[in-house]
Design a binder for this molecule. Structure first.
Ligand code: PEP
Length: 261
């Protein structure tokens, strides 16, 4: 089973639509040379909602090999949900990926496993590819319970889905203590949990589904550490926060295959 690696940039609440346009243009120029094989690594950017239309216009107008993603989606279909953005609205904007259950949403907005499950199901219903984010806080890691914790989050998020739906989605292991802290998990830490998440999918669904699902690592990924993380057999890509708002750094992460090992 070959899984195309995915490098997705979560801009968070950084970069307005003009800065975002500039970044995508720079990223495209930096990736445009004979050494970079666009087919070998899928690239996605997840701008804030206010930039989606502008970035979509650029990507579609110039036919850039970059996928568009969103950082969140409503669990509701439509209606009286002030401030929320529906899956149908995202689909209409050409959005392909949507992050659900990011630890900042869980922490700052009280999102629980039930809501993450509902958002995942709603995204799939509308043809979006959810990037289901899980990860343990520092105290859970210190207690040695990180595998059980993250497996529990994944199992809850995927409950009630069909195997074919799960095969096409993306999981992201993002230890909370590594997000935005500069403290990256070791490649072995990343592999341990990504492997466990894949095994959990095999148990909940089947081996074929587990072999197809892509599992990303996220947490202080930088040009200097991406190659060793991507060398792990169960790591299929990265969800990149801070470094994705710098075109040069993000392009260098995307080009991890050219780094000396
Ligand atoms: C993230 O927000 O998903 C993330 C991984 O952030 P950072 O790369 O800045 O740690």
């Amino acid at each position: 089973m070959t899984r195309t690696p995915l490098i997705a940039g979560n801009w968070k609440m950084v970069l307005d639509h003009q800065q975002g346009t500039l970044l995508v243009q720079k990223l495209d120029w930096t990736l445009k040379d004979a050494k970079h094989d666009h087919a070998a690594v899928e690239v996605a950017v997840l701008p804030p909602f206010t930039s989606l239309r502008t970035v979509q216009t650029l990507i579609e107008g110039d036919k850039l090999p970059i996928a568009l993603g969103a950082q969140d989606v409503s669990a509701h279909e439509s209606g009286a949900h002030t401030g929320e953005v529906s899956a149908a609205m995202l689909t209409k904007l050409g959005v392909r990926y949507v992050a659900v259950g990011h630890s900042e949403r869980r922490q700052d907005h009280g999102e629980d496993d039930a809501l993450v499950r509902a958002k995942t199901a709603k995204a799939l219903e509308h043809g979006l590819v959810p990037i289901v984010c899980v990860g343990e806080p520092l105290e859970v890691r210190r207690a040695g319970e990180h595998v059980g914790h993250t497996v529990g989050q994944v199992t809850a998020a995927l409950e009630g889905l069909q195997a074919a739906q799960v095969a096409g989605l993306v999981l992201a292991y993002e230890p909370v203590w590594a997000i935005g802290t500069g403290e990256v998990a070791t490649p072995e830490d990343a592999q341990e949990v990504c492997e466990a998440l894949r095994a959990a999918v095999a148990g909940q669904f089947d081996a074929e589904t587990a072999a197809a699902v892509r599992v990303l690592y996220g947490g202080s990924v930088k040009p200097a550490n991406i190659a060793s993380i991507m060398a792990q057999p169960d790591v299929d890509g990265a969800l990149v926060g801070g470094a994705s708002t710098d075109a040069g750094d993000f392009a260098a992460i995307v080009r991890y295959r050219e780094h000396p090992s």
